[in-house]
Design a protein around this ligand. Structure first.
Ligand code: VGL
Ligand code: ZN
Length: 198
């Protein structure tokens, strides 16, 4: 088995001081750097939205961040503007060792569809290309860490398990948004999908 460390969205906007700060988001950086040393492959993801993205509350009249909206692909949480392509907020946390990365995959660039998962956009159909990359490299085991546990890490882990990867989540190297019990639901869903906890 070849394994990869998949580091989800450790970007300035998800760290304290950022536009969509996840409590303690920056605390996981040293541990992630250390884990990179023993990983056979390292893949980083970057949430990467065009300005005016449809997941931003500011793109919808009368809507505030954290309200819900119905999109053609299903219900969608509306977020503050975050991880706008090329902005400082979209950059990786400066402490993260990005030099070690074999691949950086960007997601959420389609203005009409959000993409929590590193594998599929939120329509659960449009691939990001990551599955093809992993298959052609013969990677079948994934260690997942990053931000946020209950959104992008969760959707990535469940998709990976459903695609047949052996998935282990390291909860010590993840932090959550926890919106209306979303963390508990995410942990339950990941367990049901067969995601292991480190
Ligand atoms: C994320 C909300 C919006 C995440 C990304 O990385 O978990 N959450 N965009
Ligand atoms: Zn986003």
């Amino acid at each position: 088995m070849t394994h990869a460390l998949l580091v989800i969205d450790v970007q300035n906007d998800f760290c304290p001081g950022g536009a969509l700060a996840v409590p303690g988001g920056d605390e996981i950086v040293p541990g992630i750097n250390a884990l990179m040393e023993t990983a056979e492959a390292v893949i980083l993801t970057q949430d990467w939205h065009p300005a005016g993205h449809s997941s931003f509350a500011s793109s919808h009249d009368g809507k505030a961040p954290l309200q819900m909206i119905d999109m053609p692909y299903g219900p969608q949480v509306l977020w503050p503007d975050h991880c706008v392509q090329g902005s400082e907020g979209a950059a990786f946390h400066p402490g993260m060792n990005t030099t070690r990365a074999d691949l950086i995959i960007r997601k959420g660039y389609n203005p009409l569809i959000d993409s929590y998962s590193a594998f599929f956009e939120n329509d659960h159909k449009t691939p990001t290309g990551l599955h093809g990359y992993l298959q052609t490299r013969g990677i079948d085991r994934l260690i997942m860490v990053g931000l946020a546990t209950d959104f992008c890490v969760n959707f990535s882990a469940v998709d990976a398990a459903q695609l047949g990867y052996d998935v282990t989540l390291d909860p010590a190297l993840c932090r959550a948004i926890d919106l209306d019990g979303s963390l508990g639901k995410a942990m339950e869903g990941m367990r049901e999908a067969g995601v292991r906890l480190a």
